[in-house]
Design a protein around this ligand. Structure first.
Ligand SMILES: NC(=O)c1ccc[n+]([C@@H]2O[C@H](COP(=O)([O-])OP(=O)(O)OC[C@H]3O[C@@H](n4cnc5c(N)ncnc54)[C@H](O)[C@@H]3O)[C@@H](O)[C@H]2O)c1
Length: 293
């Protein structure tokens, strides 16, 4: 087991990528504290992990609140005696044109996605220094270095994470604390059919199904040159490596897990361009129907 005897905090572990990492870390022998605002999702993570014999606990914390992150780290150390790994993964998506983004929006996005990561380091680093080392892993996004419309606040938060990680690597190297980042592309954390079922009003479902039913996964699948629907495990396997002792000489690095999306050269003759338009067409349909996006 690659993380035997190690203890970890994974923020945002009540769902998606965080749940995937918490689960795989436990399978690899780590004891994990999940920090999240979502209690119900957290209980589900605990149920899944404990069914596999994993050692896991949940601590409710809002990562945008500095002291709550302190409580999360303190609670993890009190429960498991030490802290070897911090994965700052909790985050929210956000999409709005820059001129419509309010100060409150920006505070929410930067507060959750960037300040939350910073606060985790603020509290975890003294513990790791006392122990003589540790591993920090921050979850950014390909939005950190590739632009897309309506994502200014989100991109700013994720770009900040990448810069922060490089600085951490240098500042903390003398203490054998490593800091790395992962930038995922498009990873499916949900069942798409159920997702759209929850968003489309009952009266319009038949029409939505007829028009887009067989295409809801197309956008996810064809967005990235490796035409497949990526899942949380695709990120979790890389995370295990980066926080394990196998990566003892790896710090300040930034791993992109996006099926090749960021290295694709745009070409007019791309046969999959139409399939990738599915998301845009659904959005257009939402707008035509006056539905909230
Ligand atoms: N899934 C993707 O395609 C993708 C791509 C790039 C980056 N990411 C990043 O990966 C991370 C995980 O995303 P995901 O796709 O698993 O999303 P998700 O919504 O499934 O999970 C996010 C988790 O963070 C928690 N969370 C949100 N705000 C919080 C707060 N203030 N305090 C504590 N917990 C909070 C949520 O409750 C949830 O459990 C995020 O940082 C996201 O930006 C995801």
């Amino acid at each position: 087991m690659r993380l035997a005897g190690k203890t970890a905090v994974v923020t945002g572990g009540s769902s998606g990528l965080g749940r995937g990492m918490a689960r795989l870390f436990c399978r690899e022998g780590a004891s994990v504290t999940v920090g999240d605002i979502d209690i119900e999702g957290g209980q589900e993570t605990l149920r899944l992990v404990r069914a596999e014999g994993g050692n896991i606990r949940f601590h409710q914390a809002d990562v945008s609140r500095w002291e709550e992150v302190g409580g999360l780290i303190e609670g993890a150390v009190a429960a498991f005696g030490r802290l070897d790994i911090l994965v700052s993964n909790a985050g929210i998506g956000f999409s709005k044109p820059v001129e419509e983004t309010t100060e409150a929006d920006l505070d929410l996005v930067l507060g959750t996605n960037l300040k939350g990561v910073f606060a985790g380091c603020h509290y975890a680093v003294p513990v790791m220094k006392r122990q003589g080392g540790g591993a920090i892993l921050n979850i950014a996004s390909i939005h950190a270095f590739q632009g897309y419309k309506r994502h200014t606040a989100y991109a700013a938060s994720k770009g900040g994470i990448v810069s922060l990680t490089k600085e951490l690597a240098i500042e903390l190297a003398p203490f054998f604390i490593r800091a790395n980042a992962i930038s995922p592309g498009y990873i499916a954390v949900t069942d798409y059919s159920a997702y759209w079922r929850g968003r489309v009003p009952e009266a319009l479902w038949e029409e939505f199904e007829a028009r887009f039913g067989s295409h809801v996964e197309d956008d996810v699948k064809y967005f990235q040159p490796l035409h497949m629907v990526a899942r949380p495990e695709d990120v979790a396997h890389a995370a295990v490596y980066l926080v394990s002792d196998e990566a003892r000489f790896v710090t300040g690095s930034h791993m992109i897990i996006d099926g090749g999306a960021t290295v694709r050269m745009p070409k007019d003759d791309d046969p999959y361009a139409e399939k990738r338009r599915a998301h845009g067409l659904i959005r257009q349909w939402f707008e035509e129907k006056g539905l909230a996006w």
